[in-house]
Design a protein around this ligand. Structure first.
Ligand code: FES
Length: 122
């Protein structure tokens, strides 16, 4: 007689809706001295101040450890826009938040790569 197969019922994860997903590389090769981690840690306050921590323009944020483009960081990727930014200093991050995330216009001079469905000009 076959043994009964035990089926584990997993709880489905939940996620809030978002307009954009920002991925920040906090790996050791594109920045030094935790610069990217410090920038990531500042996002909560900056997003709240810009009004993009919730609502229609909500930006979800996640850390990653490498995009295999390890230079001139901090490096960030914005999906589903298909835009990769480099040299994201605090000042440049403030620009990206204001111009891209709030106004919807990517900051062209900070883009180093565009994905196949990129919303920005080439
Ligand atoms: S460590 Fe940041 S892109 Fe590789």
């Amino acid at each position: 007689m076959p043994e009964a197969v035990k089926v584990e019922v997993l709880e489905k994860p939940k996620m809030m809706d978002y307009k954009r997903h920002l991925l920040v590389c906090v790996g050791p090769r594109c920045t030094k001295d935790e610069e990217a981690q410090d920038l990531f840690d500042s996002l909560g306050d900056k997003f709240a101040e810009a009004g993009i921590a919730k609502g229609d323009l909500r930006v979800k944020r996640s850390r990653t450890t490498c995009f295999a483009t390890c230079k001139s960081g901090p490096i960030m990727c914005v999906q589903p826009d298909g835009i990769w930014y480099y040299n994201v200093t605090e000042k440049n991050l403030d620009r990206i938040i204001k111009e891209h995330f709030v106004a919807g216009v990517p900051v062209e001079e900070l883009i180093y790569h565009r994905g196949p469905n990129c919303v920005s000009k080439n």
